[in-house]
Design a protein around this ligand. Structure first.
Ligand SMILES: [Ca+2]
Ligand SMILES: [Ca+2]
Ligand SMILES: [Ca+2]
Length: 340
């Protein structure tokens, strides 16, 4: 994280020249004790050279991957408060179950309805569920900024989206939930703060929640509070369609019922089940040959349908993804498979 980002520079420069609409939004909100002092500075700056004695302390910047290149850099700061189809940071609907902690059957082995299954996922608790879950969090940062002692900061989602967004912060070496009232210290701000953000759901009804959130950073110190914000939107849930390339194919296994697997019966989707239906063996053989000819060496996976040949009635596949790039990587998007 760098100390002097374009936003930090623009916040300083705004005292001597008018801000243009292309600049990131960073508002200084005077408190009762500092209002007069700030108003004087704003007026005087037009006629007098800036004096170091009046210089506002530097403030950290909140940054998300607005340009969608998988990295957090100063290039993300321009226009970060707005979100368009072409620019704006994304977050994942963290509805998968990375640690396999969610029950798949009731206490007596009874099948759970879809609503009960959907009630449990990584975003239904307040912790990061392991290393794989950490990778599901959208990266956000507060730039390392040397702030005066006693300065504190909060980061929160705007009230309208708060129920759909969870913010984690790296504190004392691990990612922990950052509640709206939790205060980051001057020491943390000086070192920079790594945040991770998850959405608790995908967009189900845009009239209820259209997937947007404004993350608001408020920094308090020296009698004033400054505000900076960045907008994110939950990544779209993309369903399978017939123009997608085939990576692996799945077909019905009539020998095992879905309820048996839900109750814990071990199941290997790559194993070859015993044919049950007339013509099933020939079907599997021909399908395998077709995959081989198409250059798809992955196993023909099976799904326990218990005799139901209409497998598409049992589930549909979908995914959501974030741009992600590791150091030295050219940057292919990481995919992510929520439960469907
Ligand atoms: Ca970026
Ligand atoms: Ca969680
Ligand atoms: Ca997860």
């Amino acid at each position: 994280m760098d100390d002097e980002t374009p936003l930090a520079r623009s916040a300083t420069a705004s005292r001597t020249r008018p801000r243009t609409s292309t600049r990131p939004r960073s508002r200084r909100i005077p408190t009762s004790s500092g209002a007069l002092g700030w108003a004087f500075l704003a007026v005087a700056a037009g006629v007098l050279p800036a004096q170091p004695a009046y210089a506002a302390p530097p403030r950290p910047v909140i940054r998300a991957d607005a340009d969608r290149d998988g990295l957090l850099t100063p290039a993300d700061d321009a226009g970060k408060g707005v979100w368009t189809q072409d620019r704006g940071a994304l977050m994942l609907p963290n509805v998968d179950d990375d640690q396999g902690r969610c029950p798949t059957a009731g206490p007596g082995g009874e099948r759970l309805p879809d609503e009960r299954l959907a009630d449990c996922g990584d975003a239904t608790d307040t912790v990061v569920n392991g290393a794989a879950d950490l990778a599901d969090l959208a990266p956000v940062s507060l730039t390392a900024t040397r702030v005066p002692a006693g300065t504190t900061a909060t980061v929160s989602a705007d009230p309208a989206s708060r129920a759909y967004v969870r913010i984690f912060a790296r504190r004392h070496g691990r990612m922990v939930l950052l509640k709206p009232e939790d205060r980051l210290t001057a020491d943390e701000l000086s070192r920079g703060v790594r945040l991770g953000v998850e959405a608790t759901d995908f967009i189900r009804d845009p009239r209820t929640w259209a997937g947007f959130t404004d993350l608001v950073l408020r920094v308090s110190g020296d009698g004033a509070t400054t505000e900076d914000r960045v907008r994110l939107r939950v990544a779209p849930l993309v369903f399978q369609h017939d123009l997608m390339p085939i990576r692996q194919l799945m077909t019905a296994d009539h020998t095992t019922g879905p309820a048996e697997v839900e109750r814990g019966k071990p199941y290997d989707p790559a194993a070859r089940p015993r044919p049950v239906e007339t013509g099933e063996a020939a079907f599997r053989r021909d399908l395998r040959r077709g995959l081989d000819r198409a250059g798809l060496p992955a196993p023909l996976y099976n799904y326990p349908t218990g005799g139901d040949v209409w497998m598409q009635d049992l589930f549909k596949t979908a995914y959501a993804s974030l741009p992600r790039r590791a150091a030295g990587n050219t940057g292919s998007p990481s995919s992510y498979g929520p439960r469907t």
